[in-house]
Design a protein around this ligand. Structure first.
Ligand code: ADP
Length: 460
């Protein structure tokens, strides 16, 4: 498997993990929000039960009345904190069955969709008089259940706090001495509810969302799997195609070489009539053309990493001049201008003569092939590079095709181009050659107006 595909698979796996983490985080957040909303709703229901219910109020009145009297005794120092708290526990315990009964009655009339239990725990009792603040029960101490069902607070839902504050002032005669007592009471309790399987209830509310995100997740996995599988298959097919083309071209080379030898022999024959000579020349020409095509296919199986360049020092201006002179010999009607913009006479460049000549010739041949009658070749130095601008006045390339012309086997789809024979390999190969030189090749063109190819090569 190619490195690119492996990187793609790894990147997809990482993206999937990131996606599932984000999704998990969003689901967790939704769960927390739903839980908060659920607790708030349940808390409100309970608040209503507490607020407007006379049987419950009467139970509350009983223990609060007794507790206030006990508290008076405590403030007169007739009892201590431990006894006071024990008494409170005894009173609330004795009232608890009645409290639970009343509560359950109201709850069952509400016809809730879930099984709810409730309790109140004591958190803080503070009394403050003129002299001091006296904490009878600390908020940091272990809370104890005042009323309601016994269950562990930490597993259950805290729905809110109830605070009872009151001012007390009274006079009492003790041991013939009249005493005026005043204090302020702060009494805080926490309300908890316990719902059987409340998390299942919240999850069932999130059912749609969970299902949808699961389906989307599966869909993303399926799409990724399908795309990667497709890519691997495509790559395999492309490899098979390349192998096939290479093999077949290799196989064709031997009979063609023999054919060329045979035509050479025939050409040497004397006493042959004109028809035979013309036929032999036609065979020779077509054979040469076939060989050229096969060489082109073979060369183009090379990617730039496989092209081994042997760079040599070349005087740039005269090198381009000689390439152009050779080219002028094979074209006849075309007008070719050679301009030198700013390249010094002795500017040298390191390049592989054979490969760079092939790339320049490919572009020059294209310029003629695609309708160019006037060609302008301009050379210039730009920073650490030399550039060759090859401009023609041919059919031009429309914008939508320009980014594809350096792809293997690409040929622009239009009538004029289809009349010209080609394999769509010349520019691909030229691009690979320039990549192997760490150079670039680019195009500027307008349909119907002509094309300019720019080759840029680093000087060293
Ligand atoms: P081929 O010429 O064999 O089709 P190339 O790789 O050399 O393959 O060129 C790719 C395509 O780019 C051509 O088919 C043609 O559509 C377009 N092209 C290349 N050079 C020119 C040019 N000078 N003017 C117009 N079109 C061109």
């Amino acid at each position: 498997m190619s490195k690119k595909i492996i990187i793609l698979i790894i990147a997809s796996i990482f993206s999937l993990i990131a996606l599932s983490l984000i999704q998990g985080y969003l689901i967790k957040n939704t769960y927390e929000l739903k839980k908060e909303a659920f607790i708030e709703k349940a808390g409100k229901q309970l608040g209503k039960i507490d607020d407007y219910n006379s049987p419950l109020d009467s139970v509350n009145d009983i223990w609060t009345d007794i507790f206030i009297k006990d508290l008076d005794e405590y403030s007169l120092k007739n009892t201590n904190k431990e006894k006071l708290l024990k008494r409170l526990k005894v009173i609330t315990d004795s009232l608890n069955p009645r409290f639970i009964r009343e509560y359950d009655k109201i709850l069952s009339s509400k016809k809730l969709a879930y099984n709810l239990k409730f309790h109140k725990t004591l958190k803080t009792i503070i009394i403050t008089d003129n002299l001091k603040r006296d904490t009878i029960f600390k908020s940091s101490s272990e809370p104890f259940t005042l009323l309601g069902y016994a269950f562990e607070d930490d597993q259950d839902l805290h729905t809110g706090n109830s605070v009872w504050q009151t001012e007390r002032s009274f006079q009492r005669v003790t041991n013939g001495e009249e005493k005026k007592v005043r204090y302020h009471l702060y009494f805080e309790s926490h309300n908890y509810i316990n719902i059987d399987d409340w998390s299942t209830i919240i999850f069932s509310e999130m059912k749609g969302l969970l299902l949808l995100s699961f389906i989307i997740f599966l869909f993303v996995i399926a799409v990724l799997y399908y795309s990667i599988k497709n890519l691997i298959t495509q790559k395999k097919i492309a490899d098979i195609k390349t192998d096939f083309i290479n093999n077949i071209t290799h196989e064709l080379k031997t009979p063609l070489a023999t054919l060329s030898l045979a035509t050479k022999l025939l050409k040497k024959q004397e006493n042959t009539n004109t028809t035979t000579i013309t036929t032999i020349h036609t065979i020779d020409r077509q054979n040469a053309r076939l060989q050229k095509l096969i060489d082109q296919v073979l060369d183009n199986s090379l990617g730039y990493k496989e092209i081994i360049v042997h760079k040599e020092k070349v005087v740039f201006g005269s090198y381009i001049n000689s390439v152009l002179n050779d080219f002028k010999m094979v074209v006849d009607q075309q007008e070719i201008d050679f301009l030198n913009n700013n390249v010094e006479r002795h500017t040298t460049v390191f390049l592989d003569r054979f490969y760079i000549t092939t790339a320049i010739l490919n572009i020059l041949e294209n310029a003629v092939k695609y309708g160019g009658t006037k060609l302008k070749v301009n050379i210039l130095e730009v920073n650490q590079n030399v550039e060759i601008h090859i401009k023609d006045n041919g059919i031009g390339i429309s914008k939508k095709y320009q980014k594809h012309i350096f792809d293997k086997f690409f040929r622009a789809e239009n009538q004029e181009v289809h009349n010209v024979k080609g394999l769509g390999l010349g520019l691909y190969y030229s691009n690979q050659i320039l990549k192997a030189h760490h150079g670039t090749i680019s195009v500027n063109s307008e349909k119907g107006k002509g094309t300019t190819f720019i080759i840029s090569i680093p000087k060293v």
